[in-house]
Ligand binder design. Sequence first.
Ligand code: FES
Length: 158
Amino acid sequence: MSAVKTILEKHPNAKRESLIPILQDIQESCGYLSREVINQVAEYIDLPAAKIYGVATFYNQFRFQPLGRYHVMICRGTACHVKGSKKALDMVVKALGIQPGQTSRDGLFSLGVVACMGACGLAPVVNINGEIHAKVTPKKLSGIIAEIRAKELSNAKK
Ligand code: FES
């Protein structure tokens, strides 16, 4: 039985109110919400798929593409905001050509934002594949991205 089917079966007689918990469970299990999954949920809850997209896109916790090999999570909590996380985010958006919730075409990077990583003393904080980068500046972040690209390029040549 597929993971999605198992999750749906945990929500018998699901209605619109169950949509967010269902989508959260699916994303946790599958990493993102594919078009097929949205259609499957639409059929199960008996809501048009467009409506489900409408609800899901309202909450920026949902992803519609698989994560990149490097998942860049930028903290946008208050402490990080005060210390300049917006500038870091703007730099990453420009450097990667993607918005939060998206994955670069080459599948190398995905970008996300989070409300607080619980490391406010290190603000602004960026998490890349579980590794915390403290007190980031756009310059520092740009260097980290360049390093990752160089590493991937040299790996690809091997
Ligand atoms: S606000 Fe960024 S770690 Fe708390």
